[in-house]
Design a protein around this ligand. Structure first.
Ligand code: PMP
Length: 285
């Protein structure tokens, strides 16, 4: 995957895909000092592009890292990368990290903050079986407290337990894992937010220790416009059997129906289809 044709934007210039390399002393490799964004370009336009660039800058700020680029410069870099690769429909990954430099220890004020933009074609995140409903395992790890780690940042360090939980879920034949949080409330999947339907109304966890996904915010606003009642609240695992439908939202996942969480089964129902259809339409307008 690294030795192929294509262009990657690195620190202000487009380089060959196979030459986009970093040194082993990169601070981020040792101490997880990196933040990133995942975005989707539809028909040549990145959905909520500026919101993603703003979140990247904010994620970096939360890690005490000043990104040497403005929103406009990040926008330019993303589109330059898409155009260089000739993509109209693609996933865009922006990564910012502390590089190598005089600081080899935990402190890294002397090392440069770097940024790269990569893009690739990426279809349905959970594969072609989307309408069968994803099967989720319950993660053994918990989403941490905002007093433990800056949970509002889309920071690489927060994904260590995501990879571990996703691997454990896949080993059990599931497509993803659902986290509870440090208090025991239902939280989020490893790369997506979660929604439930009960008697025609929608319930979703409060974003007080999970990523307040851009898709999550978009879908909530969209549902309110559709006249659907949405409750953002703390949800206990004991409530799962009382929900009839469930779906995940995320840039990569878009709106993906969930058919099963642990032993609880959900219908892929009409409301899920309506929300998915409306989202698909919105991203292409
Ligand atoms: N939670 C986690 C842990 C994620 O990685 C993602 C994907 N960025 C989301 C939620 C959804 O966020 P968004 O809708 O902004 O892609």
């Amino acid at each position: 995957y690294d030795d192929r044709d294509g262009k990657i934007w690195m620190d202000g210039t487009l380089v060959e895909w196979r030459d986009a390399k970093v040194h082993i002393l990169t601070h981020a490799m040792h101490y997880a000092s990196s933040v990133f964004e995942g975005e989707r370009c539809y028909n040549g336009k990145i959905f909520k592009s500026r919101e993603h660039s703003e979140r990247l800058i904010e994620s970096a700020r939360l890690l005490d890292m000043e990104l040497p680029y403005t929103v406009d410069q990040i926008e330019e870099a993303k589109y330059a990368t898409l155009h260089a690769n000739g993509f109209n429909d693609a996933y865009v990954r922006v990564l910012a990290w502390r590089g190598s430099g005089p600081d080899m220890g935990v402190a890294a004020n002397q090392n440069p903050v770097r940024m790269a933009v990569t893009t690739w074609e990426w279809g349905a995140y959970y594969g072609d079986a989307k309408w069968q409903g994803a099967k989720l395992d319950i993660a053994k790890w918990k989403r941490p407290s905002p007093e433990t780690i800056p949970t509002a940042a889309k920071a690489s360090g927060l994904y260590m337990i995501c990879t571990m939980s996703k691997h454990a879920a896949m080993a059990k034949g599931c497509s993803d894992a659902l986290f509870y949080d440090y208090r025991g409330y239902v939280a989020e999947a490893t790369g997506a937010n979660i929604f439930f339907v009960k008697d025609g109304e929608v319930h979703t966890p409060l974003p007080d220790c999970i990523l307040n996904g851009i898709t999550r915010q978009t879908v909530i606003a969209m549902m309110k416009d559709m006249g659907i009642t949405v409750h953002e609240r703390h949800i206990m695992p004991e409530e799962l059997p009382g929900f009839q439908q469930c779906w995940l939202t995320g840039t990569a996942a878009e709106v993906t129906p969930v058919g099963q969480i642990g032993d609880h089964h959900f219908q892929v129902g009409q409301l899920t289809r309506d929300v998915s259809d409306a989202y698909e339409k919105l991203v292409r307008t």
